[in-house]
Write a protein that binds this ligand. Sequence first.
Ligand SMILES: Nc1ncnc2c1ncn2[C@@H]1O[C@H](COP(=O)(O)OP(=O)(O)OP(=O)(O)O)[C@@H](O)[C@H]1O
Ligand SMILES: [Mg+2]
Length: 175
Amino acid sequence: MDITFDHVSFTYQAGTPFAGDGLKDVTTTIKDGSYTAIIGHTGSGKSTLLQHLNALLKPTTGTVTIGDRVITNETNNKNLKPIRQQVGMVFQFAENQLFEQTVAKDIAFGPENFGMASAEAEKQAAAMVDLVGLPQDVLEKSPFDLSGGQMRRVAIAGVLAMKRRCWCLTSRPLA
Ligand SMILES: Nc1ncnc2c1ncn2[C@@H]1O[C@H](COP(=O)(O)OP(=O)(O)OP(=O)(O)O)[C@@H](O)[C@H]1O
Ligand SMILES: [Mg+2]
């Protein structure tokens, strides 16, 4: 699934005296199967760009094409779930998204919410804990008893558990 930006500009608070550029005329393609790093100064628009990858933000002008979905300023907010089922996001302060009593429940929450049976989601949780390099015994711990790096790994495991086709990762260091 390629993701293509065609002359994308995004203005925060468009049409108000506080309007400000988030992105200006971005044209690029993120190829299927690629790992792409986006690097830039603070305030250069990285987070703004990432939020276009699953239509959390819609372009003010231009188009973003995600697989076969074309997102423009006019795109209706109602029918975006299929995109969110394809693009997973891990935010900069990933640990802030933890909330369950145990790591296992926390990782299973997303997949269950998107319709996975709970036994299957638990299996997924155990597999994802492995994948992010944590021991199985964290599964029954509270996510809030872990170190910052471990919490971020758990948050990433929770997003990976949802089996998306595309991942956007903006995490800070993991250890
Ligand atoms: N919610 C907002 N309202 C108004 N302007 C914003 C908002 N979020 C970001 N901006 C502005 O949009 C521009 C791009 O910001 P963005 O957050 O995308 O940068 P960034 O590259 O992610 O920066 P950082 O490295 O600091 O995370 C900046 O000028 C910023 O001030
Ligand atoms: Mg940012």
